[in-house]
Design a protein around this ligand. Sequence first.
Ligand SMILES: [Zn+2]
Length: 563
Amino acid sequence: MKYHNPIAAAPALLLAACVSTPAQDTAGLDIPAVSAPGDISRETMVEVTRTLSSDEFEGRAPGTPGEEKTVNYLIEQFRAAGLQPGNNGSWVQEVPLVEITGKNYAPLTVSGANANLSFNFASQWVGVTYREDQQTRLDTSELVFVGYGINAPERGWNDYEGVDMRGKTAVILVNDPDYEMETLDGPFGGRAMTYYGRWTYKFEEAARQGAAGALIVHDTFPAAYGWNVVESSWSGPQAHAQRGPDAPRLTQVNGWVQKDVAQAIMQAAGRDLAQLSAQAKQRGFKAVPLGLAASTSFENDIRRFQSRNVIAMLPGTTRPDEVVMHTAHWDHLGICTPDETGDNICNGAVDNATGTAALVALGAAHRRAGPTERTQVFLAVTAEESGLLGADYYAANPVFPLSKTVGGINMDAFQVAGPARDVTVVGGGKSQLDAFLDAALRQVGRVATPEASPQNGYYYRSDHFAFAKRGVPFLYVDGGEDLIDGGRAAGARVAADYTQNRYHGPKDEFDPNWDWSGVMADLQLFYRIGRKLGNSTSWPNWVEGDEFRAIRDRSCAADPGGC
Ligand SMILES: [Zn+2]
């Protein structure tokens, strides 16, 4: 996952007995009891995580020898688990990707009547193109400050109102206008980030507006990560989905500038970033042409290739065409910026060799317990780190119709921190799946803690989002922070250590001394939820008013035999 640690810094006051799904939304749901715990192999979890995160797998970047090894190894593991190929006799789904690697970057220059600024690539700005062009140029493209760069007709909000962005470059704030609220009230869900706050949305909307460039102003708190993460993620090879003929419009350049660079640009325009940012939070904000023009250029190496999703299944008994989905991304960053020891392999042990191993271990446990009435699917997707590309490709080209996909569980980065009294629920209260989670939590004597930082928009940052945005309800639950041994303080320490020292770096490595008992307890929870959904006659939906409810209702209405 790009930028992900929902349990970081969870204030204790957030503890709750169960995730808050209104009673009227869970009434009448068929939630079968699951009598026996799953026979889930700790050995499998340890061995698969260790192997996938070994240097031999070279950090599992799509389109590299690391992919070959990973895909072949996973097929072997799924086969050994007694599962069946999940794509019409094949274990894989080809995912056409293109890798674009920018090079020979010119500085970003900003010029105007009394300004001539120049900013260095990597340390002050980063930028890429999503276009398969050998050469990328931004030529004296007029700069326009567009606030949060949001066009949300359903909320009566349009930062691009009355401005023609064709050929211009948008300067955009990260997150959404009300992220500083204490509560969840506000035009954009208050403290919780909406999809409008995500960088993906910012670039998509600027492109829809016809902009030639889109530059997001980096700011650590609203972005939820430091410049180091932006720099490492926006330089080097970038994978994108290969674009079909009717693909949406693209800008020339998508990128980020450091906050002090944005301030320097505003000063050169006779403006103040803090003042403009305050205005941008107000309804009715109007975009501000800065009277300056931006230019830069760079070249691109283009490589088209097929990556692969790996799909395994345990066919259902009486309703095999109805499926319960389990997802985890197998990919990681591959060869990355070396650390102080010179180690340049981003092994991705926690992120996400653990989640991928969980697919194998859970699949084997379900097979040992025998099939459920519905089919259980285990989908290891590619290119999550590049923007959920494998999951998006699957959800756009599903092997099992989405209207026959009951719901799912996404697993991304287990915290190997020892057992916890709670779990952290990302996107809690959005769907009736929470009732299945609650029932399973009660059975294992654990409680749910809502995510501590809804302003970070974690629900939009991993593979379940590719399904959710097409209407399929998905759970995204992480191990909790209230550790049996040491409580929340200990949990917070573990989370902080991961985020600061190991996340998306060479130090996210397998540790033979890890205590797996917490992970095994989390897997027992996911196992029970999978069994309950697999034997339920219900089609859990999003709660009334949720942003995905209408999409699901439409897809169900279109398939009488489905949801
Ligand atoms: Zn991840």
